[in-house]
Design a protein around this ligand. Sequence first.
Ligand SMILES: [Zn+2]
Length: 265
Amino acid sequence: MDALTFLGTGGGIPMTDRVHSSILLESGGRRWLLDAGEPCSQRLKAMGVPFASLDAIFISHGHSDHLSGLPMIIQGAWLEPRRRPLPLYLPAELINPIRTWLEAVYLPEKLVGFAVEYHPWESFPGRAVTIDEGQLRVSVNSSTHLDGQREKIDPSAADRFLAYSIVYDWLHAGKRLIYSADLGRPEDLVPVLDRPCDLLICELAHFEPEELFVFLADKPVRRVCLTHFTAEFAARLEEICELGREMLPKTMGIMAMADGERVEF
Ligand SMILES: [Zn+2]
């Protein structure tokens, strides 16, 4: 059985009762972190998960609510200590800024005693990589989440402002998990919903719940876990899930996640 633990289910605005995006994925004795919003290091510590046990970290995009906890993971791993390299899968545009960031907070490789291995999504053919001794294929799908920021900050930057959804395919089991991360609109998920998906982790901050449910109603998804809420949606989750049960097929389960909640799939 594979399991997800939602370390943080809040959106991009700090909230009193939810922290930022980070999810622990456990499968076959392996542990991966999906995004590293703060305070993921504290949440892992509270769960008794050693930093040395993380097999890789997957970063969807560079917004701080998905990335801000990374240096504390590195610091925690240094002091634990960790010895093996830490693979980090991420948009290429983040590599140099993260290297500089780690230098700035005095966490260079020669101090921490292990390498951070940078694997840019764009370097893999089809933006897909097979890990875990060929068991797990991890791929990314572009979302329009950062298009508006590109327009405002640097419209000519085609190789920046890249945001991805991340798809996990267990090749031998035929099982598929999709982490939407942050979207511009639900339709960003069209290319990855072309085959059955066992579990879709979907954000709910950048569109109305009705819009998401209309989109998902005819998609081959077994179960939806909602996360990354605005304060407004977080206050209405019972009502939103009820609406989802009315609008989605009876066979599609829907849950709104809370910080610390664990789901097996
Ligand atoms: Zn976000």
